[in-house]
Design a binder for this molecule. Structure first.
Ligand code: ASP
Length: 288
């Protein structure tokens, strides 16, 4: 359960991200700009596990992962283990648009950010007392098995613009106490992030190891495209499969046709949606 203060701040952060995205879409802007803008807001918000406020590694550092994908041409960019770039999602987009590559990792990714003049930040920018406390708690129980079912908080955005193009963006600090350069599903195109105008856009959160094994984001897109299944039904199906393997988490989807939505098997998931008709919804718990 969140405290009243945490609940209020999380909902305010979600609303701010929604407004950043919908303002671009309502002005006729591309879904790619909208998902980047929404994720940037959440990366800068210390309530969420991405950018500032990222979960800490076992060594007490922050190592961020992010990915972005454009459904209109299936171009994609991703980064993993980024330590000094303020907004990893901006860097992921630069990888897509300003390099011949899709995925850069570690110090090389940060070096690419510097070479492209992307804003950097000191370690102190990313670290928050709450994330330090969570790490300390974990390290105080060294014999406890590594818990893939811990609290998540990865951020993601999916959108469809007025031209019908979809895009997805995901950003995370990963799991508290991660080590050995562990990378989750978020920056893996097809696992935690995918977009294809022929199906829709998907962004995932949860125990990344399970999402990688199932290729969740691409599979939701493939089921929608190849079987003609409703994307929300496909998302429900993948979450049911995840549950059957013991995985926990959720997805948000923006179908190429129809209303956006989500599926998750956790007691709650920070989420929100908006449309050009003025609909706004922000929720945390499953029964909202
Ligand atoms: N999916 C992320 C990961 O495994 C964690 C999260 O969703 O918070 O790195």
């Amino acid at each position: 359960m969140l405290s009243a203060q945490q609940d209020r701040l999380a909902r305010a952060g979600l609303s701010a991200a929604l407004e950043a995205g919908i303002a671009i879409l309502n002005a006729g802007g591309p879904s790619l700009d909208a998902v980047e803008a929404a994720v940037r807001v959440l990366e800068d918000d210390p309530q969420f596990n991405a950018g500032r406020g990222s979960a800490m590694t076992a060594e007490g550092r922050v190592e961020c992962d992010a990915a972005i994908m454009d459904g209109s041409n299936r171009r994609a960019g991703a980064v993993a283990g980024v330590r000094s770039t303020r907004n990893p999602i901006v860097l992921a987009r630069a990888v897509m648009e300003q390099s011949p590559h899709v995925f850069l990792a570690g110090s090389g990714a940060d070096a690419f950010a510097r070479a492209k003049g992307i804003e950097d930040a000191d370690p102190e920018w990313f670290e928050t007392p709450e994330r330090r406390r969570q790490l300390d708690e974990l390290l105080a129980n060294p014999d406890a098995p590594f818990d893939l079912g811990m609290k998540y908080g990865t951020v993601g955005a999916v959108a469809r613009d007025l031209s019908g193009h979809v895009a997805a963006a995901t950003s995370t600090g990963g799991l508290t106490g991660k080590k050995w350069g562990r990378v989750g599903d978020s920056p893996l195109i097809g696992a935690g992030t995918y977009a294809d105008d022929r199906a829709g856009a998907i962004s995932c959160t949860g125990a990344g190891e399970y999402f990688i094994r199932l290729g969740v984001a691409h599979e939701i897109a493939a089921i929608t495209r190849l079987l003609g299944e409703d994307m929300l039904a496909a998302a429900d199906g993948l979450i049911a499969e995840l549950s059957s393997l013991g995985g926990k988490g959720g997805v948000i989807v923006a179908p190429a046709h129809g209303i956006s939505g989500w599926a998750f098997n956790t007691p709650g998931m920070y989420r929100g949606r908006a449309d050009s008709g003025g609909m706004r919804q922000v929720a945390i718990y499953a029964d909202e």
